[in-house]
Design a protein around this ligand. Structure first.
Ligand code: SF4
Length: 346
């Protein structure tokens, strides 16, 4: 094992607030080193989401395994630029599907097919067809947290980073936004004020962000009165309404949150988003303090460094189909245009 690689990786993890026993560290470093070698041998790259555990968020250049770490939009853009033969997607299934739609000729592997999402599972393509019948001619905006079959029924997709711009740019005085009701209600406040448009919402929710209740956040605001609040669009609208006005802070996408901390003069922040985004923030801003009520996404955590190694070991063997994302031609073609429109707003 390369000493330089392992020490750089361990330092980066420490900066992210992760400490491990010597034995755990050794096992981890062996897996990291094997993944780095397998990636080279099999011409594969790893895309990793900010909600992955810290071990999967360290970049290759820092001794880790990730070739790109980002939010849903950043990962989608990165997926369009891939030159490798295969992508191992450390995120959840709808994200890996998006990478496949954008790279139909390449293999996309997901290290666990159990990595789902409560939002993506809350709505089907048939539900969208019924909505379109009920509201004929009203444009349909599908949040990226939907499966490819559902996206194929939409006019345009969006991520939390460009949802507002897309909602404002669409023609007409109504739009259907699905499937996150809380993000929809948070967006609706701005969309209504700036364009007068109404939004028809679906009743999905993110099982992580919906847990950030007003009382949970207010309790933390009492304990840390100097802290600013970092809340994701998917947090309930009543939390946003009752807590954001009490302190400075931001309501936005994962990248908006990261960028806000860079600009803010505050030293302390309360994070209203997935727990491991706290590790990302600690790694990026070591002189700032992050108070993180640790709620982990069980779907994202289906994927760890060892399953990622197993997927890479399987690449090019008969075991590969256990990990490979396969979509029908018609679904890929149907989902491509709404995703492409989303990327035009990147
Ligand atoms: S954090 Fe929420 S939106 Fe993201 S994958 Fe998990 S359940 Fe889905």
């Amino acid at each position: 094992m390369s000493v330089i690689t392992s020490s750089a990786y361990s330092r980066k993890l420490q900066a992210m607030g992760i400490s491990r026993s010597v034995a755990e560290n050794q096992t981890l470093l062996e897996a990291v080193e094997e993944i780095r070698e397998l990636k080279q041998q099999k011409r594969a790259v790893i895309l990793s989401h900010y909600y992955m555990s810290a071990e999967l968020q360290v970049n290759h250049a820092d001794g880790g395994v990730a070739d790109f770490v980002g939010d849903s939009l950043g990962l989608s853009v990165a997926a369009t630029k891939i030159e490798a033969d295969a992508v191992v997607f450390c995120g959840v299934k709808f994200m890996a599907e998006t990478a496949k739609v954008l790279n139909p000729s390449r293999k996309v592997l997901l290290p666990s097919m159990l990595a789902g999402c409560s939002l993506a599972e809350s709505i089907t393509a048939e539900d969208v067809r019924l909505l379109k019948k009920k509201y004929p001619g009203v444009p349909v905006v599908a949040y990226i947290n939907t499966y490819a079959e559902t996206k194929a029924e939409a006019d345009v997709c969006c991520t939390s980073r460009n949802a507002l711009a897309i909602a404002k740019a669409l023609p007409g005085d109504q739009l259907i936004f699905l499937p996150d009701q809380f993000m929809g209600k948070n967006l609706q406040v701005r969309v209504k004020a700036e364009t007068g448009k109404d939004m028809i919402l679906w009743e999905g929710s993110c099982e992580v962000h919906e847990q950030f209740s007003p009382s949970k956040i207010m309790g933390l605001q009492m304990m840390y009165p100097e802290a600013e609040l970092l809340v994701h669009w998917e947090v309930p609208d009543e939390t946003v309404a009752s807590t954001l006005s009490r302190s400075g802070g931001v309501l936005g996408s994962t990248t908006d949150i990261i960028n806000y901390v860079a600009e803010s003069r505050a030293k302390q922040f309360i994070l209203g988003s997935e727990c491991d985004l706290g590790a990302t923030l600690r790694g990026m801003y070591p002189h700032k303090e992050f108070i993180v009520p640790c709620i982990r996404c069980p779907h994202m955590k289906q994927i760890d460094i060892f399953r990622t190694r197993d997927a890479l070991r399987a690449l090019g063997t008969a075991q590969e189909e256990l990990y490979r994302i396969d979509l029908s031609e018609s679904v890929m073609q149907g989902a491509y245009l709404p995703i492409k429109r989303m990327l035009e707003f990147a």
